[in-house]
Design a protein around this ligand. Structure first.
Ligand code: FPP
Length: 276
């Protein structure tokens, strides 16, 4: 977890920064980051309370995790609760907290059996002790799993992340106050253990980043869909991946400078004939 006062290993992250070095591009995104929006509207359309949408949202999370594992995605990062979501009605906030507790109690064993490593990014300090304990235990239990890293962003904000990284870096290395570079900061960012997201998805029709992983989205491909999060199923995820596969990832270069498409291993996505 990202406790702000934790000393950090100085070792550089093994992942490339897209602004320092051109990262490897694969047919299947290595890292997908999702803003799961539209739970409230999904419920409203059915004359249900907003919280019913969040409950269905958990099922969509399950589907996304399973599908990412099957497709060979290595990192899935989900925005479950932003630092700004505390502004919601207190009953909804407290329902969401309870939902996280229940989801952790029910799902962590299954995640572990399926080789999923669980991580949380964000500031856990305001959470109730039980939720903090469950988050810690889930991370500890699944720490050595390698199939898929599932990161839940909770009480997370992209600006908070950059600020806490700078603060911790300067605490550890006060000599950097007179000047530092990306490589100095990288190990202190919450997602230092992951490559930058290749694909960012937002469901629910809005087209904004909403203070999600701001730093790491520098060169991510953005995909927005009207589909409400509870309806976002495997076919929806495949459509997003196919859209990603049609993008030209130049990272500042010209088209002519890009490696031959044939160098990329083709990937077949079931039910999406010809997509690979
Ligand atoms: C945004 O929809 C959704 C949230 C703020 C909460 C997301 C939480 C879940 C999907 C529940 C479970 C997650 C985990 C990881 C167990 P909204 O309420 O803003 O929808 P609206 O825009 O239609 O009102």
């Amino acid at each position: 977890m990202n406790h702000t006062d934790r000393p950090i290993k100085r070792a550089m992250s093994s992942f490339t920064s897209s602004t320092v070095e051109i990262p490897e591009v694969r047919r299947v995104p290595r890292h997908i980051a999702i803003i799961m929006d539209g739970n409230g509207r999904w419920a409203k359309q059915r004359y249900l309370p907003r919280v019913a949408g969040h409950k269905r949202g958990v099922e969509a999370v399950r589907t996304a995790v399973r599908t990412c594992g099957e497709r060979g995605v290595e990192y899935l990062t989900l925005f479950a609760f932003s630092s700004e979501n505390w502004r919601r009605p207190p009953e909804e906030v407290s329902f969401l907290m309870q939902l996280f507790v229940v989801a952790l109690e029910q799902e962590v064993e299954k995640l572990h059996e399926n080789g999923v490593r669980f991580k949380m990014i964000g500031d856990p300090a305001p959470f109730e002790p039980k939720l903090r304990r469950l988050l810690r235990e889930a991370e500890a239990l699944t720490a050595s799993n390698e199939r898929l890293t599932l990161t839940i962003a909770a009480n997370y904000g992209g600006r908070w992340d950059v600020m806490q990284a700078v603060r911790r870096m300067l605490h550890d290395r006060p000599e950097l106050a007179s000047g530092f570079g990306e490589r100095d900061l990288a190990p202190y960012l919450s997602l230092s253990y992951a490559p930058e997201p290749d694909l960012f998805i937002r469901t629910g029709g809005e087209q904004r980043i909403s203070n999600f992983v701001l730093w790491q989205l520098a060169y991510s491909e953005l995909y927005f869909t009207e589909t409400l999060w509870p309806d976002f199923d495997a076919a929806c995820l495949d459509r997003a991946i196919v859209s990603y596969q049609q993008r030209e990832r130049r990272f500042g270069r010209t088209s002519e400078q890009l490696p031959d498409e044939a160098d990329l291993a083709p990937v077949r996505i079931e039910g999406m004939g010809g997509a690979g």
